[in-house]
Design a protein around this ligand. Structure first.
Ligand SMILES: Cc1cc2nc3c(=O)[nH]c(=O)nc-3n(C[C@H](O)[C@H](O)[C@H](O)COP(=O)(O)OP(=O)(O)OC[C@H]3O[C@@H](n4cnc5c(N)ncnc54)[C@H](O)[C@@H]3O)c2cc1C
Length: 315
């Protein structure tokens, strides 16, 4: 274990819109900040087409995050590319431990770790990720031009992905275990497409292939029979999971694993703040996450002032 001697005013975990915005706001308050993240950009890197971030009528996700990154660089925020495994609380500091057992200490901490795609445990799924199995229709759809694909899931994101794919693939199977949960507007839209089959009551059993996917085997839950679809692409769109494990034993989470936050992004533990998709704040959007990141940084700054741990910078 390598322990950093420094005691930061603030550690930010996560380099998506929430974490990067928090870094800019905190540094402008003269806080001594460390940003620990696995990557810069988070989920936005998977969005080819952002049309609802104010100031840009259209921008790709990677380009938008590049601009966020440049703004952070202007403030020389120290960065450590690592996965935080856990966050602990000691008498005088919070301790962020990475997967390589490095430890970083701070007076306050912001958790901005976002969400990740929920996966399926069926045979072959993991083996074929990137070789036919995808969690991002927006990113990978063009790879399946004029082929047959399956989209798994029954909510709005599955319907959006399936609709997108009907315009690229030859044939799309939209398949779910249980009844559709998508809003009526998505159901109506999908009915317009001629090249889609909707199947309810089927469970993925196995993904088959050699170098890449060539079939998906499902169980028909009404009679337990097996049916194989000759698809080259399988898009798993069964929802997102909060990346809140790092503070699971420390702060209050809701039933969905989201960190419960107050209006100022405070959590159940004084000094720990959270922002963006990982929290209970409704609407998981870039602009919301960025705004929450700003609020969390100001919240942490005010906490430091209240505790007499930092000087008032006067603005
Ligand atoms: C395909 C797709 C398209 C989308 N399109 C749009 C759109 O057009 N418009 C829109 O407004 N929103 C869109 N969204 C939603 C938007 O991307 C999210 O709301 C936003 O990214 C949330 O930001 P965040 O900072 O809270 O989390 P994230 O973007 O999830 O970032 C989390 C960060 O934390 C890091 N991290 C996670 N765990 C750890 C750990 N243990 N240790 C260290 N680092 C960690 C990650 O590497 C990442 O950098 C889209 C999402 C997807 C998946």
């Amino acid at each position: 274990m390598k322990e950093s001697a420094a005691l930061y005013d603030l550690i930010i975990v996560g380099g998506g819109p929430a974490g990067l915005t928090a870094a800019v706001y905190a540094t402008r308050k003269m806080l001594n900040v460390l940003l620990i993240t696995e990557n810069i950009g988070g989920q936005v890197l998977y969005s080819l087409n952002v049309e609802n971030y104010m100031g840009y009528q259209f921008i790709s996700g990677p380009d938008l995050m590049d601009r966020f990154e440049k703004q952070v660089e202007k403030y020389n925020v120290p960065r450590k590319f690592a996965q935080v495994k856990s966050v602990g609380k000691e008498s005088d500091a919070f301790v962020a431990r990475t997967e390589t057992d490095d430890e970083y200490r701070s007076k306050t901490i912001i958790i901005a770790t976002g969400k990740r795609s929920r996966t399926l445990n069926a045979k072959g799924v993991e083996r074929f990720v990137g070789r036919g199995v995808s969690y991002c229709a927006t990113c990978d759809a063009p790879l399946f031009m004029d082929t047959d694909v399956a989209v798994l899931g029954g909510g709005n994101s599955a319907f959006t992905a399936a609709y997108e794919l009907t315009r690229i693939a030859r044939k799309v199977y939209l398949i779910n275990r249980s009844p559709w949960k998508a809003d009526e507007v998505y159901l109506e839209k999908i009915r317009e497409a001629a090249n889609i089959d909707l199947l309810v009551g089927y469970e993925l059993i196995e993904v088959k292939g050699d170098d890449a996917v060539n079939a998906a085997v499902f169980k028909n839950l009404s009679d337990n029979s097996l049916v194989s679809f000759p698809v080259t692409g399988i898009f798993i769109e069964i929802g997102l999971i909060s990346n809140s494990d790092v503070v699971r034993d420390l702060v209050t989470l809701n039933e969905n694993g989201e960190i419960v936050v107050g209006y100022d992004c405070s959590t159940s533990v004084p000094g720990i703040y959270a922002a963006g998709d990982v929290t209970t704040v409704p609407e998981k959007q870039i602009i919301v996450a960025a705004g929450e990141g700003a609020k969390a940084a100001i919240g942490a700054y005010k906490y430091l002032l209240k505790e007499g741990l930092h000087a008032d910078v006067g603005y």
